[in-house]
Design a protein around this ligand. Structure first.
Ligand code: NAD
Ligand code: ZN
Length: 354
């Protein structure tokens, strides 16, 4: 499959390669790695035993001195404290602007390593090697990097584009099932907001389509995110459609202290629930919510909204960074494959959630 060329500014280009087995053939990137004196591969303790040794070896063979940094897996590693630890390692290794950071892992590693690369020495190059489905279709594309604060997720960060994104769908084979489903929630989201064919492919799938056609599906998702991001790198307008299901999703995650639902599960409920409501209001074509429900079920994702107390929901909603000002933009569907942005006030928003 041809690489997806991302062109954000006239002078900034990179490629997203999506190919089964590409990590087995990293020598094809030798010219890229050769440009750097040193590379620091950042990964987590689950991914390290599976892929680190092999990748480290391949990059060294390109003539690049490799350092390895293995962090603890999980969201709590996406912190300023961890970033500071990593800066200290960078300085021990005498990293300069002609060196490279390689993020090998899921969204946590990608966001954290990308954030460190974007800030150390005011920016050193980095390459994303995403290893979860969510990271392959979402977090590694689009240039958002960052860490969490105790007050909220992703509160500190920047927009920083990688030199390349290397996606090997084969690594998804080792991913735990729940993480796979979580990534599928984002895949389903792309179908809902932008691509009826992709949606139908998932809708009519009898089990083989996703398994055998995963590379193609990931490729399509990256292409959609690229298209949307190129139009709107800093989320002025179009990029907001990527937040379909996420307003409710974020409320659910926070409401249950990030314990009950994973991000993808919360988004799954959000996509279905908001579509049920917008169908009732005549904004969305009838039958759309049912179709979404059927795909979610097939992918072992939840769709039923749990009971929520309105006061607590309001508290969560209106302290969020995206909800300042009087009007809030909500992403709804006109029909499968077509999203609309609807501005509403706080009371109207609550009606959509409760
Ligand atoms: P994650 O990075 O925590 O990975 C999930 C789990 O899978 C971890 O335990 C990890 O060790 C393990 N793992 C990773 N690859 C594996 C593999 N191939 N085989 C076996 N195990 C593997 O979580 P995630 O879901 O990838 O990413 C979530 C993060 O992404 C969140 O912090 C979220 O804020 C961020 N995110 C960022 C963006 C963005 O635009 N930057 C977009 C969406 C999400
Ligand atoms: Zn998401």
């Amino acid at each position: 499959m041809e690489g997806i060329k991302v062109e954000l500014h006239r002078d900034y280009r990179y490629t997203i390669d999506v190919e089964n087995g590409v990590l087995e053939e990293l020598e094809r990137y030798n010219d890229t790695f050769f440009r750097y004196e040193k590379a620091v591969i950042i990964t987590d303790a689950n991914v390290a035993p599976l892929y680190l040794k092999h990748i480290s070896k391949q990059i060294s063979q390109a003539g690049c001195k490799v350092h390895e940094l293995v962090i603890a897996p999980g969201e709590h590693s996406k912190s300023l404290a961890k970033a500071e630890e990593i800066y200290h390692h960078f300085s021990e290794y005498n990293m300069t602007r002609s060196d490279l950071v390689v993020a090998l892992g899921g969204g946590v590693v990608g966001d954290l390593a990308g954030f460190c690369a974007s800030t150390y020495l005011r920016g050193i190059d980095f390459i994303q090697v995403p290893t979860t489905l969510l990271a392959q279709v979402d977090s590694s594309v689009g240039g958002k990097v960052g860490v969490n604060l105790s007050k909220g997720k992703n509160l500190v960060g920047s927009f920083y584009q990688p030199q390349a994104v290397i996606v090997d769908p084969n690594v998804i084979k080792t991913l735990p099932k729940r993480n796979f489903s979580e990534g599928m929630a984002e895949v389903i989201k792309y179908g809902c907001i932008y691509d009826k064919d992709l949606f139908n492919r998932l809708y009519y799938d009898r089990g083989n389509e996703i398994k055998n056609g995963l590379a193609e599906i990931i490729h399509r998702c990256c292409a959609i995110k690229k298209e949307v991001t190129e139009e709107d790198e800093r989320e002025g307008g179009l990029r907001k459609i990527l937040n379909f299901g996420h307003t409710i999703g974020h409320v659910l995650e926070a409401y249950f202290n990030y314990q009950k639902f994973s991000h993808g599960e919360a988004v799954a409920i959000g996509m279905y629930h908001i579509t049920v409501k917008s169908e009732k209001k005549g904004i969305t074509k009838k039958g759309t919510a049912d179709k979404i429900k059927s795909i979610l079920e097939k992918n072992d994702l939840p769709y039923t909204m749990p009971y929520l107390e309105q006061d607590k929901v309001e508290e969560i909603l209106f302290r969020d960074k995206k909800f300042s000002g009087d009007k809030i933009t909500l992403v709804l569907l006109k029909e499968i494959g077509e999203a609309v942005l609807v501005k509403m006030d706080r009371n109207q928003l609550i009606e959509f959630i409760i």
